[in-house]
Design a protein around this ligand. Structure first.
Ligand code: GLC
Length: 463
């Protein structure tokens, strides 16, 4: 029986006939494969998916977000074709490079020293617990083997001739590092991106690519911990959320979850997301923020993608930022931009190590903690806690003679049993009256960056 004969008649008549089955196994297999492919193709087509009636119900539970909130510190990696001109990841748009011209970079993209294990090592040395790599930025170049890529604009069609995402995922996994992929729904190569109303067909083509590529990333690389969308806004204006209906981002999140049920999703596809984001190097101030959130910023403070212009963040600025983030309940995602050969500049690796050395010594006051129990005071102190211990981070309480040796903290519900300083060998005197807790530490035992005091309480600390 040829494969194109009516399959329902064939199934009804012969399904129990063993000899027939043997003879026609190939046809049966082909039919099943065709059926499976049809189902798979449907999964990526937003038109065939039912509307998401409650987008909030798609959010991960607090239990599923626990690992992420415990992790505190991750590595962001912006890497793509833009590493070649070395002027940052917005090069194509900033310099108004036509798509056809920009595409030529693909023929030069042949990273000679791409070894993601070295990135993983740098992240580990920095005390980072997860990594997020740009699988595709706004320029549209896919760093993997992407059949959905419009016009084959992907790594296997570049001079690299290989998938660059798979080795990264593998290297991170092998080191026990949580794996994240960044993906930009928008793509500057499409005129429809800039004029979605005037050029709806072209915009629809871009959307189809996004759906196809998100599916590839969620389906083909094993377990993925983070899907970090960025850049859903349309026509270079408005917000990501404004563009949610265009991308059908609620459904997109649902589709991603169908492959990766526990993947932590950023809010920048238009769907509300599992965590909030705060982008850039501006100071973090104010009270503890509710819910999981993440500060992302750049180690080279010029651009996210590799740039020959360098303004390397100091160790103290990075750590001050990390502490200010963590005492307000956030995570910090610190970005590096490898060069065209896939190498993170040596000075950046060294800076990451300095940050990691501090965390090796004082990480107990950072990892696996929660913010509080009292609110931070901008530029002065903030606190984290775990179990019965409260860690008070006093910022800029240096050994200068002008500093007071006394710190008064707000009232605590718990009775404090003991206080120790973990950033020096000093002895802390403390009193706890009805209300405030008063701590005294000789100024020469203060630390200009962060004096960390551990308050051991008699009962577990609550927020
Ligand atoms: C912005 C930029 C982008 C960068 C990102 C990082 O949205 O468009 O270049 O990747 O921020 O958060």
């Amino acid at each position: 029986m040829p494969c194109d004969e009516n399959p329902s008649v064939f199934l009804r008549t012969y399904w129990q006939d063993e000899i027939f089955l043997k003879q026609h196994m190939k046809c049966i297999m082909a039919m099943w494969v065709a059926l499976a492919l049809t189902i798979a193709a449907r999964a990526m087509d937003p038109g065939t998916m039912p509307a998401v009636t409650d987008p909030l119900a798609l959010k991960l539970s607090p239990a599923d977000m626990k690992w992420w909130q415990d992790a505190k510190f991750g590595m962001f990696i912006h890497w793509g074709l833009y590493a070649i001109p070395a002027q940052g990841e917005w090069y194509m748009n900033d310099k108004k490079v036509p798509a056809a011209e920009y595409r030529k970079l693909m023929d030069q993209f042949n990273p000679q020293h791409y070894d993601p294990a070295t990135w993983v090592n740098a992240a580990r040395a920095a005390g980072m617990k997860y990594m997020v790599l740009t699988a595709r930025h706004h320029d549209g170049f896919a760093m993997w083997d992407s059949p959905s890529s419009y016009d084959n604009f992907d790594a296997v069609h570049s001079a690299a001739k290989r998938d660059l995402i798979a080795p990264y995922v593998k290297a991170a996994r092998e080191a026990g590092m949580r794996v994240g992929l960044y993906y930009s729904p928008m793509d500057w190569r499409f005129p429809g991106y800039f004029d979605p109303k005037g050029l709806p067909d072209n915009a629809a083509l871009m959307k189809k690519q996004t759906w196809g590529q998100v599916e590839e990333l969620m389906k083909n690389y094993g377990h993925i911990d983070i899907l970090w969308y960025d850049g859903a806004w349309l026509a270079m204006k408005g917000t990501d959320a404004d563009a949610g209906p265009f991308w059908e981002s609620d459904k997109l999140a649902k589709m991603a979850r169908s492959y990766q049920p526990k993947v932590v999703i950023s809010p920048r596809s238009g769907w509300v997301g599992d965590f909030g984001t705060d982008e850039g190097g501006a100071a973090v101030t104010g009270p503890i923020k509710s819910g999981p959130w993440e500060k992302c910023l750049n180690l080279n403070e010029t651009t996210w993608g590799y740039n020959t212009r360098q303004r390397l963040m100091s160790r103290d600025r990075a750590l001050n930022m990390l502490v200010n983030v963590v005492v307000r309940g956030g995570n910090m995602l610190l970005n590096v931009g490898p060069d065209k050969d896939g190498v993170i500049p040596e000075a950046h690796v060294a800076r990451l190590k300095e940050i990691g050395d501090w965390l090796t010594q004082y990480g107990e006051s950072v990892y696996d903690t929660r913010p509080g129990p009292f609110q931070p005071v901008d530029g002065r102190y903030g606190a984290t806690y775990r179990g019965k211990t409260i860690y008070v981070h006093v910022l800029g309480w240096g050994p200068a003679a002008a500093q007071s040796d006394t710190l008064v903290l707000p009232a605590l519900k718990q009775k404090v049993r003991n206080v120790r300083v973990i950033t020096s060998d000093g002895a802390v005197r403390f009193t706890q009256g009805e209300g405030e807790v008063t701590l005294q530490l000789p100024t020469e035992k203060h630390d200009a960056l962060d004096t960390i005091l551990a308050l051991e309480c008699e009962t577990p600390v609550e927020p």
